[in-house]
Design a protein around this ligand. Structure first.
Ligand code: ZN
Length: 241
C-alpha cells in the first residue's frame, strides 16, 4: 500500500499519487515548490511498485526535503519578505484592520482568525497594483495594447502573456508572490512578458529586446532559481509537531 504521507527529517510530507496513460515507467519527484512527493505510475502500474520506490529512495528523499524552505505562516510575530525586505507581522486586535506597512512592520488588527486571509488579500492587491502599472508602462513604450493584467497563484510559471496579436490587446498574468521578491526581480518578469507583446516566442530577437528592456534579466532568472521556491512557502501553515 502506498502511504499518503511520510515523516522525513521531522517533517510530515504528503505523498501524491498520479497516473498517466502515456507513461511507461514509475517516476518519483520531490517538489520543493509544492512541498510534496509525487509518485507517477503508468495507467496500470501497481501501487506496490510506487511504495517500493519510496523505500529504496529514502536517503535521496531525506536529502531533498532537507533543502526545502521552511513555511512562514501569516501569523503574529513572523517575518515575511515584501519587496525582498524582511517585514514583521505586527498584529494586535486593536490595530486598524487594513494593513499598514511602516518601518519594516506590517501593522494589522481585527480578529485573529481572519488575519491570514487579510494579509494574503492585501499582498495580492499590492502585487496587482504594482505589476499592472509597470506592465502598462512598458507596453506603452513598445506601443502595444494590454487588455488585462491579473495575478494568480501559479506554481509552474511566474508570468504568462497570451493573445498578444488580438486587437483588444494581450492578457498578462503573474504570480502574486512576486510582490515578495525584490522590485528588480519583479521588473524583470514584467520586461519578459512585455517583450512577448512583440515576439511570441523565445527567439534571439526576443532575447535581444528583453535585454534591452532589462539588462538584469539573467541575474533575475538566477535569483528566482535560487530563491523562488521559498516564496511559495510564505503564508503556508506550520505543521503541528
Ligand atoms: Zn517567455
Amino acid at each position: 500500500m502506498m502511504p499518503t504521507e511520510l515523516e522525513i527529517g521531522g517533517r510530515i510530507v504528503p505523498v501524491v499519487l498520479t497516473r498517466r496513460a502515456s507513461q511507461r515507467a514509475v517516476r518519483l519527484r520531490a517538489s520543493a515548490v509544492a512541498g510534496h512527493i509525487e509518485i507517477s505510475l503508468p495507467a496500470r502500474g501497481s501501487e506496490d511498485i510506487g511504495a517500493a520506490l519510496l523505500n529504496s529512495h529514502r536517503a535521496w528523499l531525506e536529502a531533498q526535503v532537507a533543502r526545502w524552505p521552511r513555511p512562514i505562516p501569516f501569523a503574529p510575530g513572523f517575518i515575511i519578505p515584501i519587496d525582498g525586505e524582511p517585514v514583521l507581522i505586527d498584529w494586535q486586535e486593536t490595530h486598524k484592520r487594513t494593513p499598514v506597512l511602516v518601518d519594516a512592520c506590517l501593522r494589522i488588527g481585527g480578529p485573529l482568525p481572519l488575519l491570514a486571509g487579510r494579509i494574503e488579500r492585501w499582498l495580492k492587491a499590492r502585487a496587482l497594483a504594482d505589476l499592472d502599472t509597470s506592465t502598462r508602462q512598458i507596453a506603452a513604450q513598445l506601443d502595444r495594447k494590454v487588455a488585462r493584467v491579473s495575478v494568480g497563484d501559479t506554481t509552474s510559471r511566474w508570468g504568462s502573456c497570451a493573445g498578444a496579436l488580438r486587437p483588444e490587446g494581450a492578457r498578462i498574468a503573474y504570480s502574486w508572490r512576486l510582490i515578495l521578491a525584490p522590485a528588480w526581480v519583479r521588473r524583470s518578469l514584467v520586461a519578459h512578458e512585455a517583450a512577448h507583446l512583440i515576439h511570441q516566442n523565445h527567439s534571439p530577437a526576443f532575447h535581444a529586446l528583453n535585454r534591452q528592456l532589462d539588462p538584469r534579466a539573467g541575474e533575475a532568472r538566477r535569483w528566482l532559481a535560487r530563491h523562488g521556491a521559498a516564496l511559495h512557502w510564505v503564508g503556508r501553515a506550520i505543521q503541528p509537531e
